[in-house]
Design a protein. Structure first.
Ligand SMILES: [Zn+2]
Length: 353
């Protein structure tokens, strides 16, 4: 009889082979021991736009901009302040202004508790920091919004702080820069939040009369009552690329007008094309562009305002105003090239029907 490794060949052997199909002859798979790769938390970040996993240090070195696609990560108010002011040095002012809870507002939890929580989390009194310092050698007053504090919403404390920053700029005769990052007016303070829009706009009117420049920087996102007031009232309105800027949300608009909105609606590039912004500036260039803008806007205004204050004849003031960019006689004042917008304004002639 012929003997095969599986048994004697014949009916019995075939049976054995057939059974082998159903029997587990092979060893069951051994559970593979998973060795978890230890990655320290926060070493890598995923880009929200191109979905690439990037080394966090690389992003930080790049001013929190994705090196692959140029997506601007949201950064805190303090990070922005130290990246803008000369040597990252600035002085915080108006730190003792707090919102109270006049309406005893309550949603999922009382507003009072919410405020306390965010104050502990961010170490800020409210969603805005007022700071004074030099930017490219020019003394400026800066108000900057913190999205991490209740979505950067504007309540009475934020409104009051912005107003005080404007008044300080007037008092010290220096330019004002406001950097917005906000979900809009704070509903927990109802009409008090909305009234801030008028208060700030009125103060900005005075700043304008005092001929002091106000540059508004709009970052992702700038929406609601903030867009509807000071964010859009700058002598220059500058935005970061692809920032969401709008008043009402896109879905609400779509439902109201019953139309599909165009692509890129409410993004910086769309607003620039439609004349709502002056230019779009990448974060890495923001400091340089602000410096140049201040040089262009401020020297002229300061001279005129200074002259007016000292009671100089109005002809002299008018002469300076008429020749804003005249170089100084000693040649000390260089001609400053105006910032080149990275996204040039496209001209779209309206369709004639
Ligand atoms: Zn990216």
């Amino acid at each position: 009889m012929l003997v095969t490794p599986l048994g004697p060949l014949g009916t019995g052997g075939r049976l054995l082979m057939e059974i082998a199909w159903f029997k587990k002859i092979r060893k069951p798979k051994q559970a593979v021991e998973h060795r978890r790769i230890q990655v320290p938390e926060g070493l890598w970040v995923k880009c929200n736009s191109c979905k690439e996993i990037i080394y966090k240090k690389e992003v930080l070195r790049n001013a929190n901009v994705c090196p692959k696609c140029g997506y601007h990560f949201r950064i805190s108010a303090r990070e922005r302040l130290s990246s803008l002011f000369d040597e990252g040095r600035y002085q915080e002012v108006d730190t003792d202004i707090y919102s109270i809870d006049p309406l005893k507002f309550r949603d999922a939890k009382p507003y009072k508790d919410r405020l306390r929580e965010y104050r502990e989390k961010t170490g800020l009194s409210d969603a805005l920091i007022n700071a004074r310092g030099t930017l490219g050698g020019t003394q400026v007053m800066m108000s900057i919004m913190e999205y991490g504090f209740m979505g950067g919403s504007m309540g009475s404390a934020v409104g009051e702080k912005v107003t005080r920053a404007i008044e300080r700029a007037m008092e010290e005769q220096i330019p004002l820069v406001i950097i917005s990052c906000s979900g809009g007016a704070r509903m927990q303070e109802g009409a008090l939040s909305l009234m801030q829009m008028a208060k700030i706009a009125a103060a900005l009117g005075k700043l304008h009369e005092a001929r002091l420049p106000f540059i508004s920087v709009l970052t992702d996102p700038t929406t609601g009552g903030v867009t509807a007031s000071y964010a859009m009232l700058g002598d220059l309105n500058i935005a970061e690329p692809k920032a969401l800027i709008g008043f009402a949300g896109a879905r609400v608009i779509e439902q109201t007008i019953r139309e599909t909105l165009p692509e890129g609606f409410q993004r910086s590039e769309f607003l620039l094309e439609h004349g709502m912004l002056d230019f779009i500036v990448e974060r890495r260039q923001m400091r340089d562009v602000l410096t140049q803008c201040l040089r262009v806007l401020y020297d002229r205004d300061r001279s005129a305002a200074g002259l007016r204050r000292s009671g100089a004849p109005s002809e002299d003031v008018e002469k300076i105003e008429a020749e804003p960019h005249a170089p100084a006689m000693d040649g000390s004042r260089r001609t400053v090239p105006f910032p080149t917008p990275i996204a040039a304004r496209k001209h779209h002639p309206p369709e004639i029907r």
